[in-house]
Design a protein around this ligand. Structure first.
Ligand SMILES: Cc1cc2nc3c(=O)[nH]c(=O)nc-3n(C[C@H](O)[C@H](O)[C@H](O)COP(=O)(O)OP(=O)(O)OC[C@H]3O[C@@H](n4cnc5c(N)ncnc54)[C@H](O)[C@@H]3O)c2cc1C
Length: 276
């Protein structure tokens, strides 16, 4: 039996944070994940249902409110046109239409699972996350959400997910490798971006999801190939590096051996298209 006594529908973040201060409270977006998994002892649900919802652009960033659904993102003109449409494409790859109508980016990022798509996208953009906690507003990096310092939904509310427009000219790629597109399951979810000029790598980000809850990014390796000329040999080195690293997560697991092979193939096809 659950212990829920009140469901509140604040209209602003200020109101929502004030309600969150009540003992045994939790913040919910659509409740798709949390309603089923709610802890015993929770008495107050604070719902995002009537909080402002938007996907907007300022001079520097695309800003998505946390209560935007996957369907909102899939069909939004900015998500479809900026960054080669990768945000729209990634949103479309979440399960079925019914789930996309409900699931929000805030809930997806707040509580990561290996199959969650939006942490992969946040990692791709090194997204900043705007949160409100009991002290006020703060802007944190996407990784900070998972540092253990924050308990999203309990001691802070994610308000915005921020995507820098200065990546807009880069070359983007997204793929979710799954048995069924309409399933939450994924063997491997990848999101890549790069900036290559005169065959030299000026910027790169390769993100691999579905391996573990927090997406895998090899920052050191990325740094080591900035400035290098992209040719067949470098592509082979990149593919080998990620294949071996992904393999090392679980060398004896059949699924993981498959993942490592898929990662290698996707890297080959992504970069080969850049030099041909
Ligand atoms: C059948 C099924 C299939 C699915 N398939 C996929 C899939 O293919 N790909 C994928 O990525 N995901 C998939 N999901 C997961 C789904 O996308 C997430 O459950 C959803 O995004 C969570 O959003 P929500 O609004 O329902 O969050 P909620 O359930 O409301 O909240 C989830 C958690 O986050 C916290 N939280 C929510 N919003 C905030 C906020 N603004 N600030 C702070 N904390 C917050 C809550 O307290 C709770 O702990 C699937 C889920 C189901 C049920």
């Amino acid at each position: 039996m659950n212990s829920i006594k009140n469901v509140y529908f604040p209209k602003s973040l200020k109101e929502a944070v004030a309600l969150l201060k009540k003992k045994n409270s939790v913040f919910m977006d659509s409740g798709l994940y949390s309603f089923k998994n709610i802890n015993n002892g929770i008495e107050n649900i604070i719902s995002a249902k009537y909080m402002p919802k938007y996907i907007k652009k300022d001079s520097k960033n695309l800003i998505i409110s946390s209560n935007s659904t996957f369907d909102d993102m899939e069909n939004n003109k900015f998500c479809q046109s900026l960054f080669d449409g990768i945000i729209s494409k990634a949103a479309y790859n979440c399960s079925s239409q019914l789930i996309r109508n409900m699931a929000t980016i805030g809930g997806n990022i707040a509580h990561p699972n290996a199959f969650n798509i939006m942490p992969v996208i946040a990692a791709l953009f090194d997204s900043k996350i705007e949160i409100y906690n009991f002290k006020g507003k703060a802007i944190i990096g996407w990784k900070d959400l998972y540092s253990g310092k924050y308990k999203p939904g309990k001691d802070c509310i994610i308000s915005n997910i921020i995507f820098p427009l200065n990546y807009n000219k880069q070359n983007f790629y997204f793929e979710k490798i799954a048995k069924l597109k309409s399933s939450w399951e994924s063997y491997l979810t990848v999101a890549f971006r790069c900036d290559i000029k005169d065959k030299k790598i000026r910027d790169i980000r390769l993100v691999f999801g579905a391996i573990r809850a927090i997406p895998y990014v090899n920052y050191e390796f990325e740094k080591s190939i900035i400035g290098q000329e992209i040719d067949e040999k470098l592509i082979e080195n990149i593919a080998k590096e990620y294949k071996n690293n992904i393999l090392s997560f679980a060398p004896n697991s059949k699924i993981n051996i498959y993942r490592a092979q898929v990662a290698e193939n996707l890297i080959f096809s992504y970069f080969n298209s850049k030099i041909s």
